[in-house]
Design a protein around this ligand. Sequence first.
Ligand SMILES: Cc1ncc(C[n+]2csc(CCOP(=O)(O)OP(=O)(O)O)c2C)c(N)n1
Ligand SMILES: [Mg+2]
Length: 895
Amino acid sequence: MQNFDFLEQIPDADPTETARLVGEIERSISAHGPERAKLLLMRLLARARDLGVDLPTLVTTPYINTIKTSDEPTFPGDELMETRIRHIIRWNAAAMVLRANKTHAGIGGHLATYASAASLYEVGYNHFFRGKVGGAGDQIFYQGHAAPGIYARAYLEGRISAPQLDRYRQETAGHGGLPSYPHARLMPEFWEFPTVSMGLGGIGSIYQARYNRYLHNRGLTDTSGSRVWAFLGDGEMDEPESAGALTLAAREGLDNLTWVVNCNLQRLDGPVRGNGKIIQELEGLFRGAGWNVIKVIWSREWDELLANDAGGHLVRKMDSTVDGEFQKYIVAGGAYIREHFFGPEPELGALVQHLSDDDLVRLRRGGHDYRKIHAAYASAVAHKGAPTVILAKTVKGYSLGPSVEATNVTHQAKKLSEAELLAFRDRLGLPIPDEKIPEAPYYHPGPNSPEVKYINERRAALGGPLPSRVVHPVNWSAPEAAVDAEFAAGSTVPVSTTMAFAKLLRNLLRDPNIGQQIVPIVPDEARTFGMDPLFKQSGIYAPFGQRYEPVDSELLLSYRESQSGQLLEEGITEAGSMASFQAASTAYATHGVPTIPFYVFYSMFGFQRVGDQVWQVGDARGRGFLIGATAGRTTLAGEGLQHDDGHSQLIAHLHPHVAAYDPSFAYEMAALIRRGMDRMHGGREDILYYLTIYNENQAQPARPEGAHVDEGIHRGLYRFAEADSSASGPIVRLFGSGAIMGEVLAARDLLRERFGVRAEIWSATSYSELRREALVVERWNRRHPESAPRTSWMQEQLGSGGAPIVAASDWVTALPDLLAPWIDVPYLVLGTDGFGLSDTREALREFFSVDAKHITAAAMVALARGGERTPAEAAAAIKELGIDPDRLPVFVLDR
Ligand SMILES: Cc1ncc(C[n+]2csc(CCOP(=O)(O)OP(=O)(O)O)c2C)c(N)n1
Ligand SMILES: [Mg+2]
């Protein structure tokens, strides 16, 4: 209940007038009851609005259609034809799932989602969705589980063959197998946006619409002809990612965005809001967030009933009936509806007296009435200044018969009995002979049939078929040499790789070849990463410019917002930032504009927080750079357990499209970024680079000469420094990466000075890439046991046998352990397993055993294992270094 106490604080210039008005309402309530008073108040509100009174919106409205019947435009299509077309598509969408499950029981697929959404899609296809001929067209985020219907339409259009339909969910069997869901990775000329991980389509569509505006406002391409459509389930709206970015869409006035929420009142297990009303709840949510809301609840058959309901009984009943009950009406039939919906009040019963029980069943929900849907879409695309959501009430499993329609198991239904199929065919009126029914054959009326001609004409008029993913050839000019040349020289002034990255990024933004294509993205951490000079240099993207004078306008580096700003300062939303990243990283395909996003974030809040979106970008074939800043469990000192990241490199390894690197030095970082851009846009590889950068200032060495360095940086390993050939003593190989390279270099000195041991230094820029290559080689060797074994880069560089190895990093030990199967000398790995702590860098490195002292001790043990030192010598070294040999390893503490 709203608290109206605030009214007492607003002076009332004419209390007598106020009392008179309030008295009117009181009288009406006592004479006619509260329903009429509601109506009166809403009328007053509407009239006052007309007269320019600026009143806040009502967040919810009665449970009826938003658009009044008399405002519906005439339906522009051939209604009978479109109905036939829908029937054919409905049939084939079901047939492909039934057939797949007949061939391979349990292969899965969904009947009910598309069955509920067919009209929502078909009205879009025949009248609204713009294709890609002559432009980018519309971007459509389909409900993942509706995929069979989308394939079935493509089949009717002649874009997918019957054998292909028969390979639904059988992708390994050969080319042309159809993926279960929208996956651009697997069907790159068809699907554009992966959506089946629920919620990601929602947030992705908002940032896609926003990015379309960004490209337009920055003059990179004209996106005024594109609309973003997103189809979501009502259950899916519970995902935080679905609802989390609604206010951004309204704030930025994204009237190029239309959402259609398929409110079939059910999710997988049962009703979405059995005891409530999902449409009303969503209406409040969206309107509160500033969206234009159009409810499509009732079909045309209800129009007359509503018109005849002078007492408002029907609206009241609609308002007070919960969704669980509405679901029941679908399965329980006409008599039940008459008794329970129209029965309790004589006035309601009278309204439907002239209708039979069967007629009552035929009172449909609005989402199955293409006229109502058409009116909603037409109104949505005409709406200015805000995004629109259409809340369409449907029946889950619509038209599939009583074993499926609106049952609680509908989502998982994959079978129909022969009798049900016969009834389904009859309902759809398709000329499929009875004897064929058991095999659920596809039905195609032929390429020259009126139906196919009709849909193909409609699609041609709207710019070609959808979904369709097109990669336009782009001219790629690499950045000029000056962009990264400076990093090869190194620097004696200690700088962190983060500072070096910020400098490189500024250089890239100024580059004449690709500067305009760079898209820096930060979630309210630009200052943390030293990127604040970009506020002024590039400007912060703000669709309406800057409407205030910033407090720091006098300063050199002021906070500058601009309509043509290049930096996406997202605020504190990693999910939103990743959604921007997705739009930017796929713009080369979506819009033929190869923008190159650099998303810079706290590495801890990357993969583990938005890993599913990183996966989604992989599916969408994104190209770009993820920069995990403040990396390293011990290097980000002070911040402690929820900040100190020692595992994102390992998580990144599990993403097949991500090349993950942990550079030690600025020149490595610069080389990786250059090569990465080249691979993505020169070589058209649909990959991401993940680079971890640190905030520890360290002397930056010059780039050593040699082909092994150039190549090794990218392959993942190279010898950075040889063992001192002027000295004597056993040799140990030390692998270092990231900020821990500093400890490795210090260990080299300790080993030489205190223990007479010489160390070779190896820079391990990517354990992850090394393992991937080693696996490919291993697989070949495994399959060719009689051939001379091949060797990987790592094996070539390390050779067989030789000095023992100690690997130290600020990551969990499992990361360097990725190489263990291919190392044939003692291999000791130091890492930062366990939860982080807040303390100084020195204390943390000592605690996790990754400091120079522990690396030195491990080197002595490695030599002992290799027989070059005795165990007693190793034990003495441990003692001399002041290490407590009995301290428990971190990861068993407190277990
Ligand atoms: C993140 C995520 N969680 C769970 C699922 C599994 N799942 C697939 S469909 C579904 C129910 C969908 O209900 P709704 O959003 O209402 O869509 P409908 O099929 O009813 O149109 C669930 C739970 C998923 N695909 N993604
Ligand atoms: Mg649903």
